[in-house]
Design a binder for this molecule. Structure first.
Ligand SMILES: Cc1cc2nc3c(=O)[nH]c(=O)nc-3n(C[C@H](O)[C@H](O)[C@H](O)COP(=O)(O)O)c2cc1C
Length: 216
């Protein structure tokens, strides 16, 4: 029977990363790095969708995901960087819930990741205006074919409207599935202040504070 450590660690991220790494190594599910990401729009309406967690940096403590900067989620984040997420590995009986603040990744990091993607995905990033309407499936495929032809003889650069976000953790809850619904859960919190303006000024999060175990 797996339990959280009796003496809960001061920082939840090493265990969070271990769970993510184990799910990836064991291919616990087809997309073991998938997570549901909730954003809130200007009217206070939450919305949620699945994205892929492409990296998790324990120190100073953020995860990285990639998306279209003109998508509905990005419009939400532009107005309100507060988000929540959940990762769930059913076969492992493990869940990570979290909250945080989103800020765009440095352009160089997005460039490097974009170059590592298959050509089809790179073309897709240009061809799909994520979250916008389209008249038909045929029209979408036509957009893809035209974009493919446009880049036939050249490398496909990263579109300016596509790149990474860093999700700076402000709260983490680790959860283990146990018998009789006596699940083991614990929560940690810390403060994070985003810079007033985008730029190189470093983000210095506060210390993690363990809120202890929670009844399941
Ligand atoms: C397994 C899976 C992985 C996904 N990964 C991503 C991703 O990494 N980035 C992304 O923008 N959308 C991803 N999507 C699509 C999103 O769920 C969503 O449809 C899309 O981002 C548009 O969301 P929005 O209109 O709320 O911005 C993924 C969907 C699934 C089911």
């Amino acid at each position: 029977m797996e339990l959280l450590p009796e003496n809960l660690p001061a920082n939840p991220l090493p265990l969070t990363k271990l769970w993510l790494d184990e799910a990836m190594q064991e291919r616990a599910q087809p997309n073991p790095n998938s997570m549901s990401l909730a954003t809130v729009n200007e009217r206070g309406q939450p919305s949620v969708r699945v994205v892929l967690c492409k990296d998790l940096i324990i120190d100073p403590g953020y995860l990285v995901l990639y998306t279209n900067y003109l998508s509905a989620k990005s419009a939400d984040i532009d107005k309100n960087p507060n988000v929540a997420f959940v990762m769930h590995w059913d076969s492992k009986g493990r869940q990570v819930r979290g909250e945080g603040l989103m800020i765009k990744s440095p352009a160089k990091e997005s460039d490097a990741y974009f170059l590592s993607r298959h050509r089809g995905s790179r073309i897709g990033a240009w061809a799909s205006l994520q979250s916008q309407g389209i008249s038909s499936r045929d029209a979408l495929e036509q957009q893809f074919a035209e974009t493919n032809a446009r880049f036939a003889d050249t490398a496909v650069p990263r579109p300016p409207h596509w790149g990474g976000y860093r999700l700076w953790f402000t709260a983490i809850e680790l959860w283990l599935n146990l018998e009789s619904r006596l699940h083991d859960r614990a929560r940690w919190e810390r403060s994070v202040q985003l810079p007033e303006q985008a730029g190189p000024s470093p983000i210095k999060p506060g210390q993690w504070r363990c809120r202890g175990r929670l009844q399941p």
